[in-house]
Design a protein around this ligand. Structure first.
Ligand code: FPP
Ligand code: MG
Length: 322
């Protein structure tokens, strides 16, 4: 991820400052610090980076204005991952043991709540507008709706439409909100706000499709999460949906993903069946299409360095390995 920062000096500097703000945000209490320090380490910082890139994309925006909100965005994201890992009983995230695995679900729920509360404290203390609070609460509401609808249909094959609705709620609305917030706090025009929001939405859809591919085909040492985690927790994603449409072993794959008790051999078999179809290429093509439409939406009124960084960030989304 650092290559995006390398392209844009201001972003590199802002990301360094962000690390300090994140560390400060978990230092009110010794135990909270002990639990949260490994959790905030190693993230890609995609959400705050998008927000800051957009906020600085037409003119420089003071760090006093961007930093508390950038920190809040990363804290909300981390809180959602802490709760997601409880729901999925995941043991590893960002290459380290999850809070639920290390301290149990009770502590992990409370730590997620703490990070979430801390995010909104930062927003309240820094006099952001009513609109900012509305965008934030709306994105969290949609995260929860997405997660609930996913959890109500575990081990059930979604239609393409249901899959896209879910990834929009889970990921695309969050990323588009980061862009929208950046555009709003730097007083952009309505057209620029809408275009940057659409850019973030395309990025978000592509990001989640690639995430779902990496869950099967990524290197666990690089992604920091175990391979086949989605299948194990009953979340059926685009590579499986496409393979079910194309494979001559579709019945076998359907039985395996809907049975409800996934073994390591099942994961290996699912990977073989998916690989034998066009599902990987199909997912990559879909992700690339969302990236192309994201790039088309970048307003031409932004400064050249910002456009370059936002374009590179879009390319990184499809090329990433973690
Ligand atoms: C990770 O996606 C998880 C999410 C995108 C959202 C999880 C949301 C909640 C638990 C509700 C919101 C909670 C709070 C406190 C804001 P994934 O499961 O597809 O990816 P993964 O493989 O990284 O787990
Ligand atoms: Mg998950």
């Amino acid at each position: 991820m650092n290559f995006v920062a390398a392209l844009n000096e201001a972003t590199a500097k802002n990301l360094q400052i962000l690390e300090e703000h994140l560390r400060q945000s978990i230092s009110d209490d010794k135990f909270i610090h002990e639990v949260c320090e490994p959790l905030i380490r190693g993230g890609k910082r995609l959400r705050p980076m998008l927000f800051m890139l957009c906020a600085n994309s037409r003119k420089d925006c003071p760090t006093e204005l961007t930093m508390p909100l950038a920190t809040a965005l990363e804290l909300i994201h981390t809180a959602s991952l802490v709760h997601d890992d409880i729901i999925d009983t995941s043991k590893k995230r960002r290459g380290v043991e999850t809070a639920n695995s290390k301290y149990g679900a009770q502590i992990a729920v409370l730590v997620g709540d703490y990070l979430f509360a801390k995010a909104f404290q930062l927003v309240a203390e820094n006099n952001y507008s009513h609109e900012v609070t509305l965008i934030l609460s709306n994105l969290v509401k949609n995260l929860c709706i997405g997660e609930i609808s996913q959890d109500k249909s575990l081990f059930v094959v979604p239609t393409m439409t249901e899959y896209y609705t879910n990834i929009n709620l889970k990921t695309a609305i969050f990323l588009s909100s980061c862009c929208k917030l950046g555009a709003i706090i730097s007083d952009m025009t309505e057209r620029e706000i809408n275009n940057l929001t659409a850019y973030g939405s395309g990025l978000g859809l592509a990001f989640q499709i690639v995430d779902d591919l990496l869950d099967f085909f990524g290197d666990a040492n690089v992604t920091g999460k175990p391979q086949g985690g989605d299948l194990k927790s009953g979340v059926i994603t685009l590579p499986v949906i496409r393979a079910l449409e194309k494979s001559n072993r579709a019945d076998e794959l359907r039985e395996l993903v809907t049975r409800g008790n996934v073994t390591p051999e099942d994961i290996d078999n699912a990977i073989k069946i998916i690989r034998a179809t066009d599902a990987v290429d199909y997912c990559r093509t879909r992700a690339q299409a969302h990236i192309d439409s994201a790039r088309i939406n970048l307003p031409d009124t932004l400064n050249t360095s910002a456009i370059l960084a936002l374009e590179k960030l879009a390319d990184f989304i499809v090329d990433r390995t973690r």
